[in-house]
Design a protein around this ligand. Sequence first.
Ligand SMILES: [Zn+2]
Length: 96
Amino acid sequence: MTNKTDNLEAMTRCGVCRSKFGKEDIFLISDDPAKTIFHTTCPGCRTAVLVLLSNGQNGLLGMEMITDLDREEAKEKLNTRAITADEVIGVYKALK
Ligand SMILES: [Zn+2]
């Protein structure tokens, strides 16, 4: 994937207050060819959010999940249990 950070910026706004996430707030948790996971904290309301980007059949998918994990905890948890792209897409569809 190229320009991931640009894609992320274009598609991610806080689900709570609609503030746009800033580049400086984005922390890379996990990156592999199938998916990328970021942790970010909303600059508006300080809500912590996990952002998952995945290459789906129709192009890049992005989804947000509000979390109570801080970035170190998120990294620890997400890297001890592999999340597959299929799981990401499944959650994405369920939320639609
Ligand atoms: Zn917010």
